[in-house]
Design a protein. Structure first.
Length: 384
């Protein structure tokens, strides 16, 4: 999960390099950034259903192979052209989808089997987030100091993929979901628990903001201050990514303590912090100040860390044993819709300024916060 997370986020600090070296427009690179959502959502939903039938390990192993192939395609740099970059990002998305749905479910089941129920959500979120953070840090440093800038970051990740493939292949005793022998059918993709009122009225309004907050912190905000940081823009972008995700890792134990099966306290807390962070991002875009960008990244990192764990804990309470992987995949698919935000704002940028668009996003976040709060103690599933 750590290695796949690394590959999923190593692309983000390189957006400026693709614009400078490849001559791509801002809209192009934001499309590249969001393209892997279209691989991720099938990876989340289909992989979850497959892992219920054939086991967790073989599907997660397939995700690692997708990560390896995707990163090798991206290592071609601008020589791969638009099709190569988009295909590489799609495969990276498939891999992240597998890690999030199958890996999180596997981690939760292993935690229960190991006598530590309730820790799986936090452990899986921490390792994914660490991968996201270190992937961005590594790519930013290598692209800034090594040559070729669009090759070495990906080859580093390819080496990690090989190590992880060997490790997962050898983990023969860790399977928690034995093969059923049943053939995959369309009905296996249906997740009845996704219609649970608690999921619809408390988790759903929060979910797109999980990665929407990350996209604002280290994809949108750096673009608004890059003129002020000049030649240090690449390292500054990587630094914001690490600050956001590092803060998210540090705050996740707090998220576990905030969680309360009788209320939506943790989710509402994350949404309040997120709304404040988006408002500060609008102010940063208006002033172009890199000094404001840092507290924005930290605040959105706290919101991200609390939101991702609290959402997973809600999912674990709502889903039955046979729906855990499916509902986890559905949750993460909704979360990753937020990563389309940079491309949407870039497209709207022809008519509206970023301060205005971010201010509107803040108002939408405030409305979602109110909706989550309205379900504070309603539609509660049975306590574990």
């Amino acid at each position: 999960m750590f290695v796949i997370g690394w590959g999923g986020n190593q692309f983000t600090p390189l957006l400026r390099v693709y614009r400078q070296v490849g001559g791509y427009s801002q809209l192009d690179v934001d499309v590249f950034l969001g393209a892997y959502v279209f691989g991720l959502i099938p990876g989340l939903l289909v992989a979850a259903a497959m892992s219920d039938l054939v086991g967790r390990r073989p599907v997660l192993l397939a995700g690692l192979w997708a990560a390896l192939l995707g990163t090798l395609l991206l290592s071609l740099g601008v020589h791969g052209g638009y099709p190569g970059i988009v295909t590489g990002r799609l495969l990276s998305g498939v891999a992240v989808g597998v890690a999030m749905s199958v890996g999180t479910s596997w981690m939760s089941e292993l935690s229960v089997a190991g006598g530590r129920p309730g820790t799986g959500a936090r452990r899986s979120a921490i390792w994914l987030t660490l991968g996201f953070a270190l992937g961005a840090a590594s790519a930013g440093l290598l692209a800034n100091y090594a040559t070729p800038a669009l090759t070495l970051p990906y080859l580093t990740h390819a080496l990690l993929c090989v190590v992880a493939i060997v490790a997962v292949t050898g983990a023969r005793t860790a399977e928690t979901r034995p093969r059923t022998g049943e053939r995959p059918r369309l009905r296996h993709l249906r997740v009845a628990a996704a219609r649970h009122p608690r999921f619809l009225w408390v988790v759903l309004p929060m979910a797109p903001w999980v990665f929407g907050s990350a996209a604002i912190a280290y994809a949108i905000v750096p673009q608004q201050v890059e003129d002020a940081v000049g030649s240090g823009a690449l390292l500054f972008t990587a630094g914001l990514a690490v600050a956001t995700l590092g803060t998210a890792v540090l705050v996740q134990p707090l998220a576990r303590r905030l969680d309360d099966h009788r209320t939506s306290r943790a989710i509402v807390a994350s949404m309040v912090l997120l709304t404040l962070g988006v408002a500060m991002a609008a102010l940063t875009a208006a002033t172009g100040s890199p000094w404001l960008a840092v507290p924005v990244a930290l605040l959105l990192g706290v919101a991200y860390g609390i939101a991702i764990v609290s959402g997973l804990l809600e999912v674990q309470r709502i889903a039955g044993p046979d729906e855990l992987a499916g509902l986890t995949g559905t949750y993460y698919a909704l979360c990753y819709l937020g990563f389309l935000l940079p491309a949407v704002l870039a497209a709207l940028g022809h008519w509206l300024s970023y301060p205005v668009m971010l201010a509107v996003a803040g108002l939408v976040a405030a409305a979602c916060t109110a909706l989550c709060a309205a379900g504070w103690s309603r539609y509660l599933p049975a306590a574990p």
